[in-house]
Design a protein around this ligand. Sequence first.
Ligand SMILES: [Zn+2]
Length: 206
Amino acid sequence: MSASSIEAAAASGVRIPPQSGTSFVLHRGDVLRIVDPCGEQVADLYAFALEDHACALSSGRSLDYAGKLFLSVGDRLYANDSSVLFTIVADTVGRHDFTLTPCSQEMFERLYGVTEHHPSCFENLVTALRGHGVRPEQIGTTFNVFMHVAFDESGRIDVRCPLSRAGDSVELRAERDLLCGLTACSAENSNNGTLKPIDFEILRAG
Ligand SMILES: [Zn+2]
């Protein structure tokens, strides 16, 4: 399908408020455009085959088949059954993470000593996907759009400030019908200390 056959129809974009999430359906050929409207803000994406939630996004498959840690234009995001869920078709940043799970209450408690409730991508994905019959334990490692994670030679993980600037975007083409969850990340440390919205739009296939 050529870019010109994609109808930029559906959308006026949608804004995901800070520390929240949403869900939506993509059909094969649709392009999901995720925009960082303010800069330095992460968005966590997870997806299932629309008609079979046992088929879910797999970080391990995707990194293994790509042979690298950092995915960008031309790379594919695979499911646990090795089918292709997405192809990255545009990317103005070129640095995203696909190694860490969505931030969660447990993560805030373990890493940052939080004792009160803290909004999290995991909780927001659970809430957004519950109505589609998705159980919490079915949500795995998210594709962490704009998240800047670095690894030193000893293997130590360092979460850094995102490289995205206001207006930067990533576009992913759905390679089959998908149920998606998408968040504006709630982790202060992943977003240079301030929690901002994420915008997205769906460019429907012809
Ligand atoms: Zn998060």
